[in-house]
Design a protein around this ligand. Sequence first.
Ligand SMILES: Cc1cc2nc3c(=O)[nH]c(=O)nc-3n(C[C@H](O)[C@H](O)[C@H](O)COP(=O)(O)OP(=O)(O)OC[C@H]3O[C@@H](n4cnc5c(N)ncnc54)[C@H](O)[C@@H]3O)c2cc1C
Ligand SMILES: *[C@@H]1O[C@H](CO)[C@@H](O)[C@H](O)[C@H]1NC(C)=O
Ligand SMILES: *[C@@H]1O[C@H](CO)[C@@H](O)[C@H](O)[C@H]1NC(C)=O
Ligand SMILES: *[C@@H]1O[C@H](CO)[C@@H](O)[C@H](O)[C@H]1NC(C)=O
Ligand SMILES: *[C@@H]1O[C@H](CO)[C@@H](O)[C@H](O)[C@H]1NC(C)=O
Ligand SMILES: *[C@@H]1O[C@H](CO)[C@@H](O)[C@H](O)[C@H]1NC(C)=O
Ligand SMILES: *[C@@H]1O[C@H](CO)[C@@H](O)[C@H](O)[C@H]1NC(C)=O
Length: 594
Amino acid sequence: MARTITFATLFAAVNYAFAAPWKGEVKKVGGATYQCKCYSDNSCWPTNADWNALNKTVDGALQVAVPPGAACHKSFENSTVSVYNKAACAEVQANWINEQWLTDHPIANLWPLYTNNTCLPNDDPSTPCTRGFYGRYVVLAKTKEHIKAGIDFARERNLRLIIRNTGHDFMGRSTGFGSLIINTHSFKDVSFLKTYSGPGNWTGSAAVVGAGVQGRELFRQAFAQKPPVVIVGGECPTVGWAGGYIQGGGHGPLTSIYGMGADNVLAFDAVTVDGEYVTANAKENSDLFWALKGGGPSTFAVVVSITVKTFPEVPTAGTIININSTHTNDSAVFNKGFHIFHNLANHYVDNGMFVYFEVGPGPGRLHIAPLVGPKMDEKKLNEVLKPLFDQLDAAKIPHDRHTRAFPTFFEFYIDMFEDEQPNQNSIVGGRLFTRKDIDDGADEVADAILFASGNPTKDRIGFSVGHIVDPGHGVPYADNAINDKWRKSSSFVITNVIMSGLESWEEKKQLEDVQTNVVGKRLREAGPDGATYVNEGDLNEPNWQHSYWGDKYPRLLEIRKKWDAKGVLYTKTTPGTEDWDVLDQGTKLCRKVS
Ligand SMILES: Cc1cc2nc3c(=O)[nH]c(=O)nc-3n(C[C@H](O)[C@H](O)[C@H](O)COP(=O)(O)OP(=O)(O)OC[C@H]3O[C@@H](n4cnc5c(N)ncnc54)[C@H](O)[C@@H]3O)c2cc1C
Ligand SMILES: *[C@@H]1O[C@H](CO)[C@@H](O)[C@H](O)[C@H]1NC(C)=O
Ligand SMILES: *[C@@H]1O[C@H](CO)[C@@H](O)[C@H](O)[C@H]1NC(C)=O
Ligand SMILES: *[C@@H]1O[C@H](CO)[C@@H](O)[C@H](O)[C@H]1NC(C)=O
Ligand SMILES: *[C@@H]1O[C@H](CO)[C@@H](O)[C@H](O)[C@H]1NC(C)=O
Ligand SMILES: *[C@@H]1O[C@H](CO)[C@@H](O)[C@H](O)[C@H]1NC(C)=O
Ligand SMILES: *[C@@H]1O[C@H](CO)[C@@H](O)[C@H](O)[C@H]1NC(C)=O
């Protein structure tokens, strides 16, 4: 008997063809129902033929994602095929704290907590290597067509999609269990323009910067121009510039004179989650333009390149100060020294300065390296810092200090900034203190930072990285997604609760609780007018929407719904992710459906 096609069967067929095959598991957690992305243990996971087809579309740029430490282990994911290689293992071990080597790797994350501390390059090849929270496949994209192909595949197959530039993110947002990764590291092109003629009111010089360009290499190319120019970027040489940095806002040593990184962006070229190539600038897609400047990484679109203002080089001077156990073991003396230094935060930013400092436990270790004086020579910087030097000397705080001046910012930057050390274990948090917070209670703020950097609990030590910076100082107001609190900021601190890396899941949760509810609580109390920074903050920040974006959050939520309603992109604590959760101990990404 011939079958009659009814609307109902047609509807069912359509539904099957477009939705059902790519639905992941349904999970019930605490009374809520979740619909998950597709993972390798689900029938909706792509077949080998599907992966091969994707590989063809991306001209062979698809690779199986293999953790960097795999070469040190005889078994990888229960595979009988050994990936062990003595020489390759020695290379990984030698480069485990080499930032450039790690950022060049297809999938390495610089903070092992976010890989579940898995497959470490240890000396015992008999220990197995498992993927932990690393992804499954990676597209080493060379063209924007490759980026589009990766996005389309992940969207159509309902896969977790990760955009990975350098793997530097303190909040683990370039790593994801079971994901398809798009690596943007190859997008290294930079070109410089003498005059910009696109939309907006800028007619000065500019640069077009590829998504994979890193801080120091960008600064170096800007310096090579005739005449040399500068671009606002971060202090770290290997952090990406056009990825997470700009999409989170981006502070840096020139911020007090030229604004935040994102304030200077003139246009984005991007691929949307629907796989469309778009330009976002003051005229075209202006909502996307606004949101990509500080609204959160991996949230609105995948950036391919950015056009940004460049500025004239400036002479720059810097001062380095140390107070540590070579100078004193008396913590009262140390604390007094820290107060003297930090209580002057508003004074530094009033003078257009930026300050980078590290403070750690014990009797105390303060490394201020450096205090940055853009547009200053040695005499001018010493004059501005006279109140600091006078107070340290009057209070007899033992310390060492030296000041040096350079004809350009770039020469200063290369000489006086230091590289950081990756592959350390800690839970990160932080707070932005405003000028009002310092005016109202500089001592409370200094005490809170010392508390976070000492022993926040009996059995735990902390460590903090501070930045004294004010992008509102003498810089015209830029309308973008960056929290307005930045325009009144004075001191921004990143706090760490130090871990061993061997903790169980439950112990990690307890340490997160220390960061959020012991350290974070103290910081919030000391800085009630303050806020938090989306790129360097606590993933469990209470009321994160307001804390990260203030009054700008509702508009960001609308823009997210317009450009990525389905949740093709995801990173925790970014606009519009309220219904999403990573379940099953940090593995499966699922959306709450009821
Ligand atoms: C040592 C160190 C120093 C730092 N110094 C500073 C500083 O001076 N100033 C400052 O503001 N911040 C600083 N940061 C924080 C930094 O801005 C963030 O970690 C930022 O997310 C890094 O971006 P990335 O693209 O290099 O990293 P990744 O880890 O590769 O990516 C970070 C996030 O951005 C997303 N992303 C990357 N590329 C794209 C793209 N093309 N399109 C869409 N999404 C993308 C990723 O998916 C991820 O969510 C520092 C971080 C470290 C570790
Ligand atoms: C993709 O194709 C390239 C080139 O043919 C090949 O080297 C690579 O192994 C393929 N990737 C996967 C995941 O099969
Ligand atoms: C590896 O094998 C063990 C024991 O058979 C099993 O429990 C585990 O799930 C396997 N892991 C993977 C990643 O396949
Ligand atoms: C993560 O690490 C914990 C603790 O070692 C372990 O129990 C868990 O199975 C790991 N998860 C994955 C996905 O590797
Ligand atoms: C450019 O300047 C005009 C006139 O001052 C102003 O109305 C307009 O808003 C400016 N446009 C942008 C994008 O800043
Ligand atoms: C302490 O300061 C001195 C400079 O006086 C420096 O050489 C040394 O590395 C510092 N020690 C620590 C532990 O930071
Ligand atoms: C502080 O203590 C350390 C370790 O005992 C010692 O090496 C150092 O000399 C002491 N510093 C001072 C200033 O006494």
